[in-house]
Structure formats: C-alpha cells, structure tokens
Write a protein that binds this ligand. Structure first.
Ligand SMILES: [Zn+2]
Length: 246
C-alpha cells in the first residue's frame, strides 16, 4: 500500500449496524433486540436497575449470554483501521459498547465510546472498577453480584437510559466533529440524542456528510452522499475512495 501524507480530516461515527454482521444484534433494526422484545429495554433503565435486584439479575443474565463476547471485527471495522493508519482519521466516535474497533486494531486513544463499554463494570457507590468478565464469573453463586469493596450495586460501564454520557466523551466527539472535513455516519439510525446531533453539527461546521445505513435516517437530506449498500461492502469502498482523494 502506498504511503499517504494527509492531514487528518475524517471523523467517523458508528452505530450498531457496523457490528450486526459479526453477530452482535442492533437494538432498533428489523431484527433488533428491542424490536423483538420491547421488555428488554427496561433492563437498561437506570432507575429500575438501581432499585430492583430482580431487574439487575435479569440484566446480568442477559449480558452473560450476549453475542458480544464471541464477536469478531467486520471488514468495515478493519477498513476504518486502514484509514487511521494512513493518517486520515481524526477519531472514531462510536455508540457501540462492543470494543470491536479496538479489537480490529484501532488506537484506543482514537476511539470515543459515547455509550460506554461492556468490557468494564463499576460500583455505583464507591466507583471501584472491575472487568465485566470477572463479575459474570460470579453469577452462578450471586445472581446480583455486589461490589467486593463496599457492597454497592455493580453496573456495566454501558450508558443506560437516564444516565449521562461518560466524562469528556461528548466534548471530545464535538471537537472531532467540528474539525472534520468529512463526517461519515455508519450503521446508525441517527435517532439517539445527543449523539445524533453530531451529524447536523458537522454540516453546520462545513463538513461533507456521508451516511451509510440500510434504512433512512433523519439527516439524509443534509448528506452529500447516502449509501444503502451493505456496510461490509460500502465501508471498504468508501475508505478506498477517501485514500485515493489527494
Ligand atoms: Zn463499591
């Protein structure tokens, strides 16, 4: 591959659609978790989670069986790493908590996990952090595992409904968005705020907007390019185009 000497100009926002071909279901798509089982969304409501041990036990069982633990990066994840290695990428902003950008080889410092990460778990009382796998290993004996330091409620570091985004994540995302010459939204319905607002923010700041998603989004009318092709074909092709642009 030839060497490129671009200034970083591209910011990417990814949603669940980039991971579905790896076996991680999305939430709102036709086969989405919440489309098939609307009650599943209740397990992610922070108020219910905090006050109801039964909700927590169901939640932990769901996480234990989640396909994310066996998922592998897709061709789209890998193509974005090429963009990063060519020096073209400002940041990857992701709504996904599956860590697949990093598994594909992305520099963790360049990935902004706007909706948190399933890899780690924190105590809601004392803030102690532990690997989520270690918590899942305790489920057989303890269906609602408590913090070993203080007895507090444990919760995966995924942003639940009613919670704020992780410290600094939105500020970093806004900076990467307003710096971009090209903003590419991949596999996101662009319906969950505040993250969805990054797309019109990019346009306001003068960026070219590219939307890659199977279904229409509320911001398609602002896009310079809308791609409906399957993500695992569309993203590698898009990356080739971006790397070919002088
Ligand atoms: Zn604690």
């Amino acid at each position: 591959m030839p060497h490129h000497h671009h200034a970083p100009t591209v910011t990417v926002l990814t949603g669940a659609g980039i991971s579905t071909s790896s076996g991680v279901p999305d939430f709102r798509g036709p086969q989405g978790v919440w489309t098939r089982d609307p009650a599943a969304a209740e397990l992610l409501e922070i108020d219910r989670y905090v006050r109801d041990a039964g909700v927590r036990a169901r939640g932990w069982r769901t996480w234990a069986g989640h396909p994310v633990w066996h998922a592998r990066p897709t061709p789209a994840h890998r193509a974005l790493v090429e963009l990063e290695r060519a020096g073209v990428l400002i940041a990857t902003l992701t709504q996904n908590f599956d860590g697949l950008h990093q598994v594909a080889g992305a520099d963790p410092a360049s990935v902004v996990e706007l909706h948190g990460s399933l890899a780690t778990t924190s105590c809601l009382r004392c803030g102690a952090g532990v690997p989520t796998r270690d918590v899942l290993d305790r489920l057989a004996a303890e269906p609602d595992p408590a913090c070993t330091a203080c007895g507090g409620v444990l919760k995966p570091d995924v942003v639940y409904f009613g919670e704020l985004l992780p410290d600094d994540a939105l500020a970093r995302a806004v900076a990467a968005t307003t710096d971009a010459h090209t903003f590419v939204a991949i596999g996101t319905t662009l319906t969950v705020h505040p993250v969805a607002g990054l797309a019109p923010l990019a346009v306001d700041a003068g960026a070219r907007l590219v939307v890659v998603n199977a279904e229409p989004t509320p911001y398609d009318h602002l896009a310079d390019e809308v791609v409906r092709a399957p993500i695992d074909e569309a993203v590698p092709a898009l990356v080739r185009d971006l790397l070919a642009t002088p």
